[in-house]
Ligand binder design. Sequence first.
Ligand code: ADP
Ligand code: SF4
Length: 736
Amino acid sequence: MARDAKYDILFEPVKIGTKTTRNRFYQVPHCIGAGTNYPGFQMAHRGVKAEGGFGVINTEQCSIHPECDDTLRITARIWDEGDMRNLKAMVDRLHSFGSLAGCELFYAGPHGPGLEARTISRTPSQYASEFGTVPACPGFTYSHEADKDELKRLQRQYADAAERARDTGFDIVDVYGAHAYGPMQWLNPYYNRRTDEYGGSLENRARFWIETLEGIKNRVGDDVALVTRCAIDTLYGDTGLELEVDTLRFVEQASDYLDLWNVTIGDIAEWGEDAGPSRFYASGHENDWVKFIKKHTNKPVVGVGRYTQADKMQEVVRAGVIDLIGCARPSIADPFLPKKIEEGRLDDVRVCIGCNVCISRWEMGGVPFICTQNATAAEEYRRGWHPEKFEPAKSDKSVLVVGAGPCGSECTRVLLERGYTVHLYDTRDKIGGYVNDVAALPGLGEWGYHRDYRETQITKLLKKNKQSQVALNQKPLTADDVLEYGAERVVIATGAKWATDGENWMTHAPIEGADASKPNQLVPEQVYEGTKEVGKNIVIVNHDPYYTCPSIAEKYAAAGHNVTIISSVEVGAYMHYTLEGPNMHRRLHELGVEVIGESAVSKIEDGAVEYFNIWAEGSKREYRGPGKLPRDENKSHKKIECDSVILITGRKSNDALYRELKARKDEWEKNGIEDIWVLGDAEAPRIIADATFDGHRLAREIEDEDPQHQKPFKREQKVWGAAYIPGDNDDLEFRL
Ligand code: ADP
Ligand code: SF4
């Protein structure tokens, strides 16, 4: 299908200095957990985006020198020839598809904790990082105030790194000054308290940044295009950098040294203002700031804002807001976004849902990232998964998938792509499982794109595959039904449910009096159904660290209920990693939700809940001998009155169907069943991204010896006394 002519503008080439990008799709630098540690992962992940049509693709933050060490988080480094060699695999791959390769030169200051290199960073003044450099520990890492020799040394480090980037084959170097990194600390009066010619007036504060750009230009000339990533407003008024006061003037001063501006907003401690979760920000949320930049420079501008819709992209280009469409998350959820727009296949786009689970894995450190929508993200190299290519079916054995949630629907989609005969079966009237409920919670509407993508794709694939079908709105399948169904293989993806008796991670046991069959107690499923009456005063008994508790609290508080949360974990603790945390806490605070933290519930009575401080609980070390432990009996128990209690304590797999089928294994053969597997939340409760991954994995591995258990993936690990495994001559192609 040809694309609509209004999108042609997105496929125009744009000059960036001496380089030309083939179109306006620009993968801005974003972290993935590969860095230079996992060159195969780096090469293959960025490579599919080049194949998918992105004109420019950048590394993640790439440290210029050991003084910038962001471990625990895995980031790229360009310290020496080894790093260059590892990054070259990516660069060559991008070039083979006609894309430009960019390297983001990164110097963290105290926002990088230096845990591996044990170095101290140089900054304009001395300060402690306000970022949780070590998770949940702001204020832990300090910098050293640079004297003039030291700041010149730092500028040379930038130029040295730019030279190494050029010699690696990069087309672009981007001096990273967004998110409070590198030269931003010199420009921003929040950090820069100097009184010499590098501090004070805007001209003085801009001096370090401009000299750094000049030094790089002198060193690498026009061999590479020079870009800088700049946070144009730090969003804390005159204590930081303000667009009209500082940045527009800075843009005018620095433009001559640059070939492109890469602009964002916000800082590092709350970088969710930039990588805005859909819970709080719609696509294009930075435009109120970004739209001014082009009026103050004659260089092209790239900006971000979770651009997933072609209409919105062409609109912002035509309106002169930006020249290049910056994508991080949209390129992760769908590396073939440009190609799909180019080919007029808009309904095939896997739209980023803005959940920031990708960011969460990087933010907590040390692991490859994942994507809720795209199960192949980070699996391109180690499992050989291509986001758009599937191995044809290796047998004509039919598959019954029970449960059309994230796991079952993804499994079905991939099996259909491969050409298998599949029956997808669910009691609900819609594909999507519990995503249908979650997407109805405050702010989570865009999460419904997860369901929509699978629904659309399965519907399309069924038109080509007439033996397959989706059966919704059915009665629950029993073990007899499954045995008699006639399928040779069965996937049980029946999901999980919230415990109705208060079972939780702390005691691994029910809570006295907790019983969701009572009229005044509810579990989240009953909240979603909306059939049980909820009183004015609600107590939420919470042991869950993610979005369910704050979302349900918000729902009821916004509707005028008095909500108190009694929680053993920080409410929404995991949402710090998804960058939803700060705004979520503000929202609950604004709505008057009371949080009784570090507490758990001992008993639920009619009209009251008894709770205690968890640190007052000495019973964990109870000793029955003659001595006495230095712990008090827990005397902290208190009572709170309420009309309704919501139990968000723990999840349990819906695995009864699987367990009965397994117990009747001797009946499989005579019913023509070869295998039955349990997947997703039905195997163990997990986040949507991991349930989706599991369904995807089985569909790829269904012909393997033991598909219930994942097959080994290719590791990129240094082996003592030997070359890397896989070795230096390892193929750079996918396994397909
Ligand atoms: P996951 O995240 O693992 O995909 P979900 O809870 O989202 O889990 O999805 C499970 C789906 O399975 C739900 O849509 C539910 O209606 C369906 N389901 C559960 N048990 C049965 C059953 N016995 N027969 C048919 N469908 C079922
Ligand atoms: Fe988008 Fe979520 Fe995937 Fe990140 S994990 S790219 S936010 S869908």
